[in-house]
Design a protein around this ligand. Structure first.
Ligand SMILES: *Cc1c(COP(=O)(O)O)cnc(C)c1O
Length: 240
């Protein structure tokens, strides 16, 4: 009862989390994969701390946030309340270089490193706060580069840059599938890029792909991390 969300909301979250878990298990069965090899990152952006605490009680251990101020405040509160038991925090939002250092001060994982300036700012922030931060290179799979991400042909160079910094641990790649298109070719391309990077950096074996609408395709194409918001928490427009 420490979650703060009312009983109805908790029941709703429990139900939707179970549905998503079932979708992941089915997708794994279809792909011949072990669900234990997948990490579900529940994207809690724009939802209140009470929801995060209720999800924590339901066993969620990884959350995703995309705005520095909101994320920083939530994380501080979570760590104060839950201590070492607080969830692993993945920053998944587009970064500005003046915010990146701050994010590196609290995020466990930054999934959205997409240019040299951001990588360098993350490294300075990590070093200043004496932390090691896991980093994914975000790759733009859209032909227009509107949604963030390094061009695919520049991803390996950016990965090398992450790996070269003290305080940053290169873990792999992240992408958002193009809007209104079959996500399968995009995820297949991401896997190829990931394989190339991993051949040089063996620890960089994470592939963060797949959201509420396309997690099955991501599982089929080797994703290790899924970022699911709406299918678990509901529509974000109702919240603001
Ligand atoms: C918001 C967000 C998600 C979650 O999307 P849903 O469709 O709500 O599951 C995943 N990845 C990124 C980068 C996001 O910004």
């Amino acid at each position: 009862m420490s979650g703060g969300a009312d009983a109805g909301r908790r029941a709703e979250l429990e139900r939707s989390l179970a549905q998503v878990t079932e979708r992941i298990e089915r997708a794994c069965a279809d792909a011949g994969r072990d669900p234990a090899d997948l990490t579900l990152v529940v994207v809690t952006k724009r939802f209140p701390l009470e929801d995060v605490l209720a999800l924590h009680e339901l066993g969620v251990r990884d959350i995703g946030e995309n705005r520095d101020q909101e994320a920083g405040e939530k994380v501080a509160e979570l760590r104060e309340r839950l201590g070492a038991d607080a969830p692993t925090v993945h920053f998944i939002g587009q970064l500005q270089s003046n915010k990146a250092g701050h994010v590196a001060g609290y995020a466990d994982v930054v999934q959205s490193a997409d240019r040299a300036k951001i990588v360098d700012a993350l490294a300075r922030g990590a070093q200043a706060s004496g932390r090691d931060v896991d980093v994914l290179v975000q790759v733009g799979l859209d032909d227009e580069q509107g949604r963030g991400g390094v061009r695919p042909d520049e991803a390996a160079t950016l990965a090398d840059r992450v790996a070269g910094h003290d305080g940053l641990r290169l873990r792999g790649v992240m992408a958002v599938a193009p809007l209104d298109a079959d996500p399968a070719p995009a995820f297949a391309r991401l896997r190829e890029l990931a394989d190339g990077i991993r051949s040089k950096h063996p620890d960089a074996h994470w592939i963060s792909a797949g959201m509420s609408g396309d997690l099955e395709a991501a599982v089929a194409h080797g994703a290790t991390h899924l970022r699911v918001g709406t299918a678990i928490l509901g529509s974000r427009t109702a919240v603001l």
